[in-house]
Design a binder for this molecule. Structure first.
Ligand SMILES: *Cc1c(COP(=O)(O)O)cnc(C)c1O
Length: 376
């Protein structure tokens, strides 16, 4: 049986990228390695939609988040955190570890933080040095109106820092146009690569703030990475095999084109939502994003057991809810190297699994709705 990965990280990796990963390891200070990093950095700027530098860190996405906090905030400095789920809580944990004075604006799981909530927080805390937000809240499937957040924060001295780990490369995000000062992303979500790299873009405003802050980190001091990336180099030994492979996947993304890539994700996401509803299931996110679809487990259905059965019988691996959400939601990723027909198979497998467990579903209803949405 084939196993098929539909988790919102890691995600499937294209064959040509896997082949690149099979090649011998090179020396990371060679002219060839620098040329590769230079090309990767240029292509990353295109994905981020920024003219500012994007640094590549050897860490998972959380390392990029920690780098942003460590480099931007002084001890006890005030920060505003917009939290809509587990990944907002990840910001909270990092901010706490760095002794930030954090004002938290939070909404229940499944809801989105609104621009109005941010406007109020900015009014109440004009001394905040930074605002932390999440593009795609992967724990609930919610997407945030980052463009509106950017407009609000740009009018203040604060910098806007966005966790774009699961959103970037799947959904529209225009770093410069939307006034986002720092965007963090990671290799194992929409970038079609295994886990291991984090990417961080830094605006002029953020750079100035870093230069005026006594940075408390060493490995994650972004000023170090920024100084080196200007010479297409890194301060420490990078995961150079992953960087070489990232070039292959980035070329694939460029060949498709960013607008086409966003449109493909939007279309598949809309078709998935139509299929879920046609199966008599409910969407979990009030403002769903295009990277993944999160489904409410219907009452009377064993959420975790259904996912296990689906994997065992059909080879489809979806993600359970995290922590308190375990057994309550199903998370189906459609970001990166996943096409409409891959997702169509996942819908078919979910229908068969639900039908086998006795849940009342018309087999084929979700598949038909998906097809209709794709044709429309
Ligand atoms: C996956 C994810 C993270 C965590 O990234 P790691 O690579 O596991 O450190 C953070 N934020 C969001 C939105 C994510 O989807």
């Amino acid at each position: 049986m084939k196993t098929r990965l539909f988790t919102p990280g890691p995600t499937p990796v294209p064959e040509e990228t896997l082949l690149e990963l099979a090649k011998p390891v090179g020396y990371h200070r060679s002219a060839e390695a620098k040329a590769i990093l230079k090309e990767v950095s240029e292509l990353l700027k295109e994905v981020f939609r920024t003219a500012n530098p994007v640094v590549t860190l050897t860490s998972s996405g959380t390392g990029g988040m920690e780098a942003a906090v460590t480099s931007l905030l002084a001890a006890n400095e005030k920060a505003i955190l917009l939290s809509a789920g587990r990944w907002g809580e990840r910001w909270k944990g990092i901010l706490k570890a760095h002794a930030a004075n954090t004002h938290i604006v939070s909404v229940p799981y499944g809801k989105a933080v609104t621009p109005e909530m941010l406007a109020t927080a900015l009014k109440e805390h004009p001394d905040a040095g930074a605002v932390f937000a999440t593009l795609s809240e992967t724990s609930t499937g919610v997407g945030h109106d980052i463009q509106a957040f950017g407009k609000l924060v740009a009018a203040t001295p604060a910098v806007l820092v966005v966790d774009g780990i699961s959103g970037l490369g799947a959904m529209e995000c225009r770093t410069d146009e939307w006034n986002i000062d720092v965007v963090v992303s990671g290799s194992q979500k929409a970038f079609m690569l295994p886990p291991g790299l984090a990417y961080v873009s830094v605006s002029e405003k953020a750079k100035k703030k870093m230069d005026a802050t006594s940075v408390r980190g060493f490995y994650f001091d972004l000023r170090r990475s920024l100084a080196k990336i200007a010479e297409s180099d890194t301060p420490f030994t990078p995961a150079n095999t992953l960087i070489k492979a990232q070039l292959v996947s980035l070329k694939r993304m460029k060949a498709e084109g960013m607008e086409a890539l966003w449109a493909r994700h939007a279309k598949v996401a809309a078709a998935t939502r139509a299929a879920v509803q046609a199966m008599g299931l409910e969407l979990f996110a009030e403002r769903p994003n295009n990277a993944l679809t999160v489904i409410h487990v219907p009452s009377g259905v064993d959420g975790s057991g259904t996912l296990k059965a689906m994997e065992k019988t059909h080879g489809y691996k979806l993600a359970d809810g995290q922590d308190d959400m375990k057994g309550k939601i199903w998370r189906l990723s459609h970001m990166g190297y996943v096409d409409a027909f891959d997702v169509l198979g996942a819908i078919a497998a979910l229908e068969l699994t639900l039908s086998a467990t006795g849940f009342k579903v018309t087999v084929g209803a979700g598949v038909a709705a998906f097809q209709k949405a794709m044709a429309g």
